[in-house]
Unconditional design. Structure first.
Length: 117
């Protein structure tokens, strides 16, 4: 049996507002979009979905730490752009022996870690 990861979904309440954050501020590459979902990282074996929370169970998952970490090559530049764009930093960019890391929140409060390694 061959099992692999297809996608991970984060739930939001407003897709247009989320698109501004994920596409314009975070600069994630958009693979596709429908009325209820955006998918990022075209051509990658695993994608990130940002979906409207339409059901009660999904609404309970909005605004929490996602447990997801995004690897960023130019993390200092991205964090500066995010800050200039008004993004909320839960934990500011920090330098440590194991790399640089920050934690940001999207407009719904979904949190992501950013790291350079």
């Amino acid at each position: 049996m061959n099992v692999s990861m297809k996608n991970v979904v984060v739930f939001v309440t407003d897709l247009a507002r989320s698109k501004t954050f994920y596409v314009d501020l975070l600069k994630l590459p958009l693979a596709g979009q429908s009325e209820m979902l955006m998918e990022f990282f075209p051509g990658a074996p695993t994608t990130l979905g940002i979906a409207l929370a339409l059901q009660d169970d999904a609404r309970k998952l909005v605004g929490r730490h996602t447990g997801l970490t995004l690897k960023v090559a130019e993390i200092e530049e991205l964090c500066a752009a995010l800050e200039a764009g008004g993004a909320k930093f839960v934990e500011p960019l920090e330098h440590s022996p194991w790399g640089k890391m920050a934690v940001i929140a999207d407009p719904d409060g979904n949190m992501f870690a950013l790291t350079d390694r």
